[in-house]
Design a protein around this ligand. Structure first.
Ligand SMILES: Cc1ncc(C[n+]2csc(CCOP(=O)(O)OP(=O)(O)O)c2C)c(N)n1
Ligand code: SF4
Length: 470
């Protein structure tokens, strides 16, 4: 007996909001005859049969399938248009055991996210990509997509797509097959029951590859959009067979037994490599007796050319050199030089959740405009170090600790004005104690490319030490 039931990869009920304000629904939001429902079911069945739904992270795209997170009982992330392969890269590289599914339409994958999919495939990232190609932008009303057939009428090509005007349809499977990275590439079709069964197999193959860590798998599925095509569901299936399949050849392009050759399968940098890179003992020795009380969120701000970015990199490297977690996030003003710029550095004992610093625990203000714009953002009890060579006023707040230091003058006295950033950074380390100034001294020779500048920078650290001790 064949039993038809909703696979356990789906939620029992789809608790999405009704657009009419009515009750929640057990049905999907897809139009009758839409291929998304079929592909969803094939994936949900495989998740159940393979017992992997609890370790699956499902990436919903922008497009008609944006609401996939209402259906799949998995981890879910809704990604910006076309960016699912980039998000998936982050997920798979940080969660060793995850099964990552990137589910994307043709506007999403072949139009807006062309770069992301090509590079993820080239790197052989360990993810399964299901590319639902319905030759149209379905959600937004049926505009031309990169995969629209020549002559096909869409709302933006009412007289049909012209090669001379819009270019020809992009063949994504063939394009990715030109790369060394992917492990598995197949194009299937939902034109009839046999095609659905082949799609089922390809979906399962891609997910098996995921579980076995074979790298990047790509399944392109020719799929009906009856509403966008202005055809009935049955006419749509016939249209796929007669039109899409003649342009997009249904076949298996690649099935590499040994899996991807890309870097997606390479281990990330381990402790030993980090130690070698940073030349420090990566932790215990340097931090003896020290504890980081809270997450440190540091904003280093000044005008372009003052070295705020490199000070941020040095700070993050110094923290990493002590076995701490650190992120560095640059923010540039509109001008390269003369405009304002700031670097956000987050340092923590734990992995850092976000590199964004809105409420710094410390502000290192290299110039007046930076102090003016960021003074109020510092948390109560925080620290502000002011470059008094360039900032004439005092800090207005009385609920933060303030250190005034003529960092530009100190750097100029040492014969290297550009090194004011290192003086500033050193003062921060001396104030906080963690990461330690000794670690900075080991990081400077590794980080500063121009060897002739190493000595003068170490001299600036010393100047800061003398200032701090005075
Ligand atoms: C950055 C951005 N640009 C444009 C849009 C508008 N938009 C929403 S869905 C969509 C088309 C999606 O088409 P496709 O990927 O083919 O999926 P389908 O709806 O056909 O399944 C577009 C352009 C958006 N939401 N975000
Ligand atoms: S517009 Fe097309 S792709 Fe979107 S739900 Fe309807 S049939 Fe499916």
């Amino acid at each position: 007996m064949v039993k038809h039931a909703k696979p356990k990869g789906f939620y029992d009920t789809f608790e999405r909001k009704s657009s009419q304000g009515g009750p929640e629904s057990e049905t999907t939001h897809y139009c009758p005859g839409c291929g998304h429902g079929t592909v969803h079911k094939l994936i949900a069945e495989a998740l159940e049969d393979f017992g992997i739904k609890d370790r699956t992270v499902f990436l919903s795209p922008v497009g008609c399938s944006v609401f996939a997170y209402y259906y799949f009982d998995t981890g879910n992330i809704q990604c910006s248009h076309g960016r699912a392969p980039a998000v998936g890269t982050g997920v798979i590289r940080s969660l060793d055991d995850a099964v990552v599914i990137s589910y994307q339409g043709d506007g999403d994958l072949a139009g807006i996210g062309t770069a992301e999919i090509v590079h993820a495939a080239n790197r052989g990232e360990n993810m399964a990509v299901f590319f639902v190609n319905n030759a149209i932008y379905g959600m937004t009303g049926g505009q031309l997509a990169p995969t629209t057939l020549l002559g096909q009428e869409t709302t933006t090509t009412p007289l049909g797509r012209l090669a001379d005007r819009e270019g020809g349809p992009i063949h994504m499977s063939e394009m990715l097959d030109a790369l060394d990275g992917p492990a598995f590439i197949e194009r299937t079709s939902l034109s009839n029951a046999a095609g659905v069964m082949k799609t089922r197999k390809a979906v399962r193959k891609a997910l098996t590859n995921q579980v076995e860590r074979r790298g990047f798998s790509f399944v392109e599925i020719l799929s009906p959009c009856p509403v966008g095509w202005k055809l009935t569901p049955i006419q749509s299936r016939i249209w796929i067979k007669d039109n899409m399949e003649t342009i997009f050849q249904v076949k298996r392009f690649r099935d590499r037994e040994e899996g991807s050759r890309g870097t997606g399968r390479m281990p990330l940098m381990g402790d030993e490599e980090l130690k070698e890179l940073l030349g420090s003992d990566h932790g215990e020795e340097a931090r003896k007796g020290e504890n980081l009380e809270t997450e440190c969120r540091v904003k280093i701000a000044g005008f372009g050319g003052q070295g705020v970015m490199s000070a941020g990199v040095l700070l993050a490297n110094t923290a990493i050199g002590e076995g701490l977690e650190a992120t560095w996030l640059p923010s540039y003003g509109p001008e390269m030089r003369g405009g304002t710029a700031n670097a956000s550095v987050v340092i923590s004992d734990e992995p850092v959740g976000s590199p964004v610093v809105n409420r710094p625990t410390t502000l290192l203000a290299m110039n007046g405009p930076s102090l003016d714009s960021l003074e109020d953002s510092v948390i109560t009890g925080g620290l502000i170090v002011v470059n008094s060579s360039l900032i004439n006023r005092k800090v207005r707040r009385d609920d933060v600790k303030v250190v005034y230091a003529p960092v530009s003058d100190m750097a100029a006295e040492a014969g290297f004005l550009k090194g004011a950033n290192v003086v500033m950074l050193s003062l921060y380390l001396l104030e906080k104690g963690v990461p330690g100034i000794q670690t900075l001294k080991t990081v400077i020779p590794k980080s500063i490319k121009k060897k002739e500048l190493v000595e003068v920078n170490l001299k600036l650290v010393k100047a800061a030490e003398e200032f701090h001790a005075s």
